[in-house]
Design a protein around this ligand. Structure first.
Ligand code: ATP
Ligand code: MG
Length: 251
């Protein structure tokens, strides 16, 4: 089967004190449709730079990117991209923030509003459609940013550390939620993180990136049934979570 996304030999340098510094070197990537790929690597190794290249925000110095068999190198707006910062516009409510990609692409806003109405409950935002970003918790802001990314209406999403700024409990909830949504909406996702637990939990495949220059040094395919082996641990974690959330009173 043809990969939904592939990248061939991507390299990228940035100028540092007037000298070119190699940030990514010969990065190859091949992704199956509806798979969940996690890229892990330490801070500064080039994870965000890679997503920016895939999203067409910047161009590689060399190499090429293909989406559904077509070259898209340097073209933006084709893949859903959620940057490291949520970048919600503070003066727009949730609905209007979410509609931004629709307006930018010049699509039918009325139809999109209908779609937003359908999606708001799935994203846990039903009660917040007319709230401004400052009225939302960190977790709700991330959901709003994620819904906005989904409104780009592409099946492939690039998510840059979507949960990094959240507390552990909210992060856990949103991770669970994302996994369900990805399956429900038949999404293909590349998620960048430096949290190995997160990658192990969410990914079908984990790509490990090393720095200076950024490159992939390993890839792991994860057993979809891995959770059954860690069942006891998971049960315990669930129990603690239920206690913390007040869903369970006492052991
Ligand atoms: N526009 C730019 N100009 C110059 N240097 C840049 C630019 N963007 C990124 N860099 C440098 O490239 C390297 C990789 O940055 P990048 O943001 O891709 O790392 P990262 O893996 O996403 O890190 P983090 O986990 O902290 O988000 C860093 O050394 C950074 O300073
Ligand atoms: Mg980054």
């Amino acid at each position: 089967m043809q990969p939904i996304l592939s990248a061939r030999q991507l390299s990228k340098s940035f100028l540092l004190h007037g000298q070119p510094q190699l940030i990514l070197q010969n990065v190859d990537l091949e992704m199956r449709a509806q798979s969940f790929v996690c890229v892990v690597g330490s801070s500064g190794c080039g994870k965000s730079t890679l997503l920016e290249l895939l999203a067409g925000i910047t161009r590689p110095d060399s190499g090429a990117i293909f989406y559904q068999g077509r070259e898209i190198t340097g073209q933006s707006g084709l893949l859903g991209y959620m940057p490291q910062d949520d970048l919600l516009f503070p003066w727009l409510n949730v609905t209007e923030n979410v509609l931004i990609p629709v307006r930018i692409k010049g699509k039918d806003v009325k139809a999109a509003k209908q779609r937003v109405q359908e999606l708001l409950p799935i994203f846990g935002l039903k009660e917040h459609s007319d709230h401004l970003p400052y009225q939302l918790s960190g977790g709700l802001r991330q959901r709003a940013a994620f819904l906005r990314t989904c409104m780009m209406d592409t099946e492939l999403l690039l998510l840059d550390e979507p949960f990094a700024s959240l507390d552990a409990i909210t992060r856990l909830q949103l991770q669970n939620w994302l996994k369900v949504i990805a399956t429900e909406l038949k999404l293909s996702i590349i998620l960048v993180t430096h949290d190995i637990d997160e990658a192990m939990k969410l990914g079908d495949e984990i790509l490990v990136m090393k720095r200076r220059p950024g490159r992939f040094v390993a890839s792991f395919t994860l057993d979809p049934n891995r959770e059954s082996r860690a069942k006891e641990l998971l049960e315990l974690k669930r129990e603690i979570l239920a206690l913390v959330e007040g869903k369970k009173e006492q052991v």
